[in-house]
Design a protein around this ligand. Structure first.
Ligand code: ASP
Ligand code: MG
Length: 488
């Protein structure tokens, strides 16, 4: 079923392996979402391995599986046993359909069938105990939520073998050693690097491609942990750093990072290169890229990160590289929606120290994330953007904290403006390049789009502005056109 596979019949001499480049390929949930996608992934791995035998693979759970596992465990704790019973049969079927379609060998297929049956039985037992106790600990949840990867990695390895590619799955609990911050564990790099080099290099020397479970790890004592939601990227970056890889490839369902959302700007195109700082800035501003925390190990080890599309493997990709001098100016334009803008205003704020500190203390107490802050130098108002759903809590918290100032009219009012959008214009080359802001405002002015607030970080990697939701798409299109058009 895979086309043009190169079969590794002859073992690769050790010396050759040492000289070859090392790649870590990570496939996300959508990339292993169903049989068709997994067949495609197997082909990508086979072709990569043909070029670069030193290839290590990290896989996520099949799309949706982690959510199903977590929801079932929570329901069990709340007294409802039906969801985990349903989940067991649903997940069995989901994985067996793929095995049935892609693993021809009856013995292999039966072995996988037994393994997943075992896993799901233990899932059922776990959920039963959670139900009996009526309590779900973070530690218990890590055992449950990590099962998805432990079903996906053996499946992918078996599919590869069914296609003549030597592969063996590896439970990351054996190689990624973490602290015991369950639900968001951090790797202990020294032990992790020692173990992963041992285990993965020895598999590679035998000509076997390791298929490692993303997202999971274990403490030094072997207690199961997870690295946090979306943690498979983190797993890949950790292994890439330990193996001193030449590149880590994040295979997803988009053609790398685009200059803008193509649903808003049809002529948006893939950026061939991006710096780590730009990628971090774009991630912060809601573009579908890498989460800065999860790529940190790769950044610290200066491993380049390529973002590629499983469903368009010949298509364009983005290479994220160390922050060297950037030329060009604006790289991408991103919009974050569903926000509100909170304004704390009052003439009595002028020259009074501590208002800003107390304002943000109140916001933190309401557990809200501030995406942008702006204060004019007249100090008559501070405004900041937060997620729409946090608005009532933040307002209440501010009114509480600033009660006295409100009573004395030092602060005239605290108000929320709804339906606003942050537009972030990102590019490290904007640093020290004059005229960028002028160009942005010119484009918006011509289109008669009102800018409500704006901020530029002193890193100058991004300019952020706030516009009304109704103007947002047009604003992105106008700014995009002013920096990227006409383009051939
Ligand atoms: N399966 C995990 C999650 O859904 C990890 C990942 O997909 O990266 O969060
Ligand atoms: Mg994911």
């Amino acid at each position: 079923m895979l086309r043009g596979l190169f079969l590794f019949k002859t073992p690769i001499p050790l010396k050759a392996l040492l000289l070859l480049i090392m790649l870590v390929l990570k496939f996300g949930g959508t990339s292993v979402g169903d049989a068709k996608a997994i067949a495609q992934v197997a082909q990508i791995i086979a072709e990569t391995k043909e070029q670069d035998p030193n290839t290590v693979v990290v896989t996520s759970a099949m799309r949706g599986v982690t959510n199903i596992l977590i929801a079932a465990a929570h329901a069990a704790a709340d007294g409802d046993e039906q969801p985990y019973r349903d989940a067991r049969s649903e997940l069995l079927l989901k994985h067996q359909i793929v095995a049935g379609q892609l693993i021809e060998d009856g013995v292999e297929r039966a072995a996988y069938g037994r393994m997943i049956d075992d896993r799901l039985r233990s899932f059922e037992r776990l959920c039963h105990s959670i139900h009996v106790l009526g309590e779900l600990t973070v530690r218990g949840l890590d055992v449950v939520s990590g099962l998805g990867e432990r079903m996906a990695a053996p499946l992918l390895a078996a599919v590869l073998r069914a296609n003549g590619v030597e592969a063996e799955w590896v439970d990351a609990a054996e190689i990624i050693v973490t602290d015991d911050a369950f639900g968001r564990a951090a790797p202990l790099l020294e032990q992790t690097c020692a173990r992963s080099n041992d285990r993965l290099r020895s598999l590679l020397e035998q000509g076997k491609t390791p298929i490692v479970t993303g997202f999971v790890g274990a403490t030094e004592n072997g207690v199961a942990t997870t690295l946090g939601r979306g943690g498979s990227d983190y797993s890949a970056a950790i292994l890439a750093s330990c193996l001193n890889a030449d590149e880590v490839q994040i295979w997803t369902d988009v053609d790398g990072v685009l200059t803008a959302d193509p649903r808003i700007v049809p002529e948006a195109h893939t950026l061939s290169q991006l710096s780590y700082a730009e990628a971090a800035e774009l991630a912060y501003f809601g573009a579908k890229v890498l989460h800065p925390k999860t790529i940190l190990p790769a950044v610290e080890a200066s491993v380049p990160i390529r973002i590629a599309n499983t469903f368009n493997p010949q298509g364009p990709t983005t290479l994220v590289l160390p922050d060297t001098a950037q030329n060009g100016s604006v790289k991408a334009i991103s919009a974050i929606k569903r926000l509100s803008l909170i304004n704390v205003e009052g003439k009595g704020m002028i020259g009074v120290p501590g208002i800003a500190a107390r304002t943000f203390k109140a916001v933190a107490e309401a557990d809200a994330n501030v995406l942008m802050i702006s204060q004019s130098s007249s100090e008559q108002s501070i405004c900041f953007a937060i997620p729409e759903e946090d608005t009532p809590g933040v307002i209440a918290s501010l009114e509480d904290e600033l009660e006295l100032e409100l009573a004395r009219h030092y602060i005239d009012r605290i108000r929320a403006m709804h339906d606003i959008v942050i537009i972030a214009i990102v590019g490290a080359g904007m640093r020290g390049t004059p005229g960028i802001a002028a160009r942005v405002f010119n484009a918006l002015g011509k289109a008669q789009i009102n800018v409500i607030a704006l901020a530029q970080g002193s890193s100058e990697v991004n300019i952020s502005l706030i516009v009304a939701e109704k103007d947002a798409d047009e604003a992105v299109r106008q700014i995009h056109a002013s920096f990227f058009s006409p383009r051939t």
